[in-house]
Design a protein around this ligand. Sequence first.
Ligand code: SAM
Length: 274
Amino acid sequence: MADANEQVPEKPPFPGFDVSKPSIARTYDYLLGGKDNFAVDRAFGDKFITDLPGSRQIAPDNRGALIRAVREIVSNTPVRQFVDLGSGLPTADNVHQVAQRYAPDAKVVYADNDPIVLAHGRALLAENDNTTVIQADLRDPKAIFDHEETRRLIDFTQPVGVIFSATLHHVNDDEDPAALVRFWYDRIPSGSYVFISHFRSENDPRSQELEQVLQGSLGRGRWRTDEQILALYGDGFTVVEPGLVPAVQWRNPEAPDELSEWQGLIAAVLAVKD
Ligand SMILES: C[S@@+](CC[C@H](N)C(=O)[O-])C[C@H]1O[C@@H](n2cnc3c(N)ncnc32)[C@H](O)[C@@H]1O
């Protein structure tokens, strides 16, 4: 008989998941209140919840800005197709659900390198011909651009919405995140939009604390200044109102007047290709 105190190792529901170390996608899911995560992710997420109380708010603030950006793009521009790079696990409201609420024929390609996203995304999208999820690394944009599913859904002669939501801060400086934005810039027509949300340092010592926690566990997670975040766009873009602001304040009439000390540490910005 098994010892009652013996820890039974958690088994992944699909082969190929590494449950010995936390994953960004699963930890973010945990911080958003989702259930697609494992003990190792919850232990990592709890570091933010208990050691840096209030920092968890970064996750829903980010997600809220993404949802508003998609809604604004579909409501106010001709863009009807999106490439969502580092899309994350399905959650309460997903890009295709928001876009298709306003434009039922909107098309979305989700790409993420975490196998759990593919597993859960496929289940969510089974009934939706206008949406797909591919397992790919956003640092290899050509693989995403050339992917047959991307080719099936996205017409690159028409404006596209390219989404880098809480992903470029997982790309280290020596991996040249600006070159990733430039790759898509070179392939989308004028009138296309690029959304970026990003860890924002503003020289706040708390951002250094957070950076140390992330780098210590994941080897990734860069808090950048506003100038560095805007520089990711390079030339040929016009940033739209209200510019780069804390994510919770990005086109949010319900944003609180006073932000918590953590809420300034995640920014959102939307720009249109000239
Ligand atoms: C914090 S989550 C953000 C999810 C979603 N974009 C959002 O804003 O709600 C970061 C996501 O980026 C994915 N990611 C990180 N690095 C990646 C890479 N090199 N290629 C593809 N996906 C990546 C992670 O797997 C995770 O799902």
